[in-house]
Design a protein around this ligand. Structure first.
Ligand SMILES: *Cc1c(COP(=O)(O)O)cnc(C)c1O
Length: 822
């Protein structure tokens, strides 16, 4: 543990004031992840979209007393802060790295540094699986490999660890040197050089050289000598290397594939003139490459080849997904099967704290597989973290956690094994609560999740929350940092599922949400959403409800304005703020110029009604063809909005751009706020920057049955699908009642199965349809992609003459939504 004094030495920061100093246990970089105020030091970091200094006052209020800041202005909102310890630095990120580098330099253990384009996290996790029987491994949690993630990972090292395994990821020149200084690797692994994400680099060569900066002081660098550019560059730099090859290139470990079966690959390898063999539990190239990096490292560390067969045979896939889904009795399950160690548990608990709905929080937790701590200390820490994250009860499964049950909250339950828990499971004891399921793989917690989740029919809409955040940031980058973001979560968040999305947006600090109807807003409030919410289609009879739930109506017509004033006559307390909608050419809802003048005459006389914003909507932002028209709308809006402000005499938030508008006019017409809709879900509707977005939703179903039909047979209703030859067809579990448009029938639509696109045959039925899988290797139970990354919505919508919006919002509510992070 360091003190702030040592931190000031490590960072060379300027001591602004010292009060009483506390030992530092937690390096806090995200105010939302505060668990223990007394032992934390907050590093105020300026990011692309947020400034940590904005949260200093609230952290002070929550009890944090140790701060590292770049700007003392952060304390302006904290008039009395004499008891705060403040260190002033030029860069919060650099200070964090300085501290971690200092911490790292106190320990003399071997440290493996891993970088490369792909496979870093898997190599790191597998190494830790392979080393754990004999070593006490400290490693990066999940993919903590950034300028902030790396220092936080390295900070975990303590005296009990015998080896460290850390990954480093970069996106632009200049970054690796900083990570190298923090990790100080003694051994390196370079996984591979891909051409993906070349973003900040001029060439592959430049990217490679930047990455190799991690390895300037390693005693040995492990890599595959089959990659020519990599081999050439490393040799040229005279880095000490230890290599493997599958293609007979010069290497320390020569590998050959002996055979592959359905799930296994047998390899033979020659090392120090001896032949050995291994069986690996997978067949794909990427896994093979990852495993061979691990093998080569273990050989370099001197492990006996004879002892490696069993551990390699038992390698398990790394589950990085953290899924959330609806469960029995109104519960909500967060399913995290990423390996169960302390760092992984803490991240999952953060998610629980942030994503929990109203109601109690339950943690179902297996024994932890944690190296480096004795049992008592470990479970004391677990119990501490559980409490700090507001968990109401723990269901502990396993001998070790059961032995330590006295540490956990009253009302917790303990079982020796998963089956004994399931045998005694009473579903009625779970009600309206959020349940985090976190278990080491051997405990087979997938059975627990299966028992708790709602019955699914074979169709799910998978929602990638990381992609959604990526898209949010893409649109943020299109407007200035001061521009506010309102996100349209109408229509069940464009079909994606409203609470989860709203919750995530709240966490990522968007400024406003908008829904179409009052009920949608009420449902968000009932699930704990506190962001301001605009309701676009408020009916007059819902005004009181809006007041009760703190929802803000869009007022779009003289009539609606008068009804509003009827409900809230002068001096009525807590009149909701209103948003004025102007019609500048869309001709849907809104005041035209004459109506606006009248409305303003009324509004100046009712000062208790505050006009929060004034806005309009572009009719043709999707198409460049209408740019002139859009600019006319923008000009009309500018003028009308000015009239609003000058008449009312106060500042009113102004906004006109939707997703396509942000891309086209984000630099010239963002005003105070923009309204993001479909772009968040990965569809760039101006059609000019689609590659900047990531796919959010993937609709998947399964094959129920495969059958053969002979030439001349027909398939489905009205005998529309005619087999012109002998065919193999498959029935899949999705129909028009799930939102799969009937117009996709008879060859218009395609789905993807086993990597291949196949056509729909015959009419779409209510709950099913048939696909032509002739010549494709498929079986019942297999997954089928209906839309997603490889079947883009834009393409599918064109086939049936509609737009992606319709396909997204049509996915029926009976289709289960599964939310996940990578
Ligand atoms: C739906 C909606 C948006 C968002 O439009 P996208 O094209 O999905 O970005 C913006 N403003 C208003 C008024 C809307 O109704």
């Amino acid at each position: 543990m360091l003190t702030l004094q040592e931190i000031s030495q490590a960072t060379g920061g300027y001591v602004v004031q010292w009060a009483q100093l506390y030992p530092v246990q937690h390096l806090l970089t995200d105010s939302r992840k505060l668990v223990n105020a007394a032992t934390s030091v907050f590093f105020a970091i300026r990011g692309d979209f947020h400034d940590g200094h904005d949260y200093v006052a609230s952290l002070y209020e929550q009890g944090v007393r140790q701060f590292v800041v770049e700007d003392l202005g952060a304390f302006a909102g904290v008039p009395e802060h004499k008891d705060a310890n403040i260190l002033l630095v030029t860069s919060g990120v650099k200070a964090l790295q300085d501290v971690a580098a200092f911490h790292r330099s106190q320990y003399h253990l071997p440290v493996v540094g891993i970088t490369g384009s792909n496979g870093k996290t898997i190599v790191k996790e597998w190494l830790s699986q392979l080393l754990s029987p004999t070593e006490r491994v400290v490693k990066s949690p999940r993919s903590y490999n950034s300028q902030i993630g790396v220092p936080l990972s390295v900070w975990q090292i303590n005296e009990t660890h015998t080896i460290g395994v850390f990954e480093a990821g970069i996106s632009e020149p200049g970054e690796m040197e900083k990570l190298a200084r923090v990790i100080q690797p003694t051994i390196g692994i370079f996984t591979n050089l891909g051409s993906a994400h070349s973003g900040g680099f001029d060439s592959d060569q430049q990217k490679l050289e930047e990455k190799l900066l991690l390895f300037q002081d390693v005693s040995q660098l492990i890599y595959c000598s089959d990659q020519e550019l990599v081999r050439h560059t490393i040799q040229h730099q005279h880095l000490p290397s230890f290599t493997w090859s599958l293609k007979g290139n010069a290497a320390d470990v020569q590998v050959k594939i002996k055979s592959t079966s359905t799930h296994k690959t047998k390899i033979a390898y020659n090392y120090q003139d001896q032949e050995h063999s291994l069986t690996l539990p997978f067949t794909d190239d990427a896994s093979l490459e990852n495993a061979l990096h691990c093998l080569t490292l273990l050989l370099y560390l001197g492990l006996q080849p004879e002892k490696l067969s069993t551990p390699f045979e038992r390698l398990v896939p790394v589950a990085m997904r953290l899924e959330r889904k609806e469960a029995i009795n109104g519960c909500y399950v967060i399913d995290d099967t990423y390996n169960n160690d302390l760092a992984g548990l803490r991240i999952a608990l953060d998610v629980l704290a942030q994503q929990a709905r109203r109601g109690r929080k339950t943690l179902i937790l297996s024994d932890l597989l944690e190296a480096g701590l004795d049992e008592k200390t470990l479970y004391q820490q677990v119990a501490y973290d559980v409490k700090a994250h507001g968990v109401d009860r723990v269901i502990g499964i396993g001998d070790v956690i059961s032995r330590n049950q006295h540490l956990f909250p009253a009302g917790s339950e303990f079982y020796f094994g998963t089956d004994s828990f399931l045998g005694q499971l009473r579903p009625e004891t779970f009600r309206q609560e959020t349940i985090l399921v976190k278990g080491a793989r051997v405990f087979q917690f997938e059975k627990v999740v299966a028992a708790l989740q709602q019955q699914v029919h074979g169709t799910v809409l998978e929602v990638n929350l990381d992609a959604l955040v990526h898209n949010l940031n893409f649109y943020r980058s299109k407007v200035s940092a001061q521009t506010k973001i309102m996100v349209m979560v109408k229509a069940f968040a464009y079909g994606a599922g409203s609470y989860e999305i709203a919750n995530l947006l709240q966490f990522h600090r968007v400024d406003y949400l908008a829904v179409a109807y009052t009920d949608e807003g009420v449902a968000l409030r009932e699930h704990g959403i506190t962001l301001p919410i605009m309701v676009m289609n408020p009916s007059a009879d819902s005004f009181l409800k809006m007041q009760q739930f703190n929802l803000e109506p869009e007022i779009y017509s003289p009539d609606l304005l008068h009804r509003f004033l009827d409900y809230f006559p002068e001096n009525s307390p807590k009149t909701p703020r209103i948003h004025l909608k102007l019609d500048t050419g869309m001709h849907r809802l809104g005041f035209d110029a004459t109506e606006l003048a009248d409305a303003l005459e009324v509004l100046v006389q009712v000062p208790h009604v505050q006009v929060e914003s004034v806005f309009s909507h572009l009719a043709g932002a999707d198409e460049a063809l209408y740019n002139d028209f859009s600019r006319q709308q923008i000009a009309a809006f500018t003028q009308m909005a000015q009239q609003v402000e000058s008449t009312l005499g106060y500042h009113v938030t102004k906004h006109i751009l939707n997703s396509a508008g942000i891309v086209r006019f984000g630099q010239e017409a963002a005003f105070d706020m923009v309204r993001l809709g479909i772009g968040l879900y990965g569809i760039e509707s101006s059609g000019t920057e689609q590659e900047g977005l990531q796919t959010v939703g993937q609709l998947k179903t399964t094959i129920s049955q495969v059958k053969r039909v002979t030439k001349g047979d027909t398939v489905g209703y009205s005998r529309k699908g005619v087999a012109d030859t002998d065919k193999v067809i498959a029935t899949i579990a999705i129909g028009y009642a799930d939102g799969y448009d009937r117009r996709f029938g008879n060859g218009v639509g395609e789905v993807q199965v086993n990597g291949q696109r196949v056509p729909i045959i015959g009419n779409i039925c209510m709950d099913m349809c048939m696909i032509d899988v002739t010549g494709v290797d498929v079986q019942a139970g297999e997954e089928v992609l209906v839309f997603g990354k490889e079947l883009p919505l834009t393409e599918l919508s064109i086939r049936i003459g509609t737009i992606p919006y319709e396909l997204l919002t049509n996915v029926s509510t009976r289709v289960k939504r599964v939310f996940y992070n990578e």
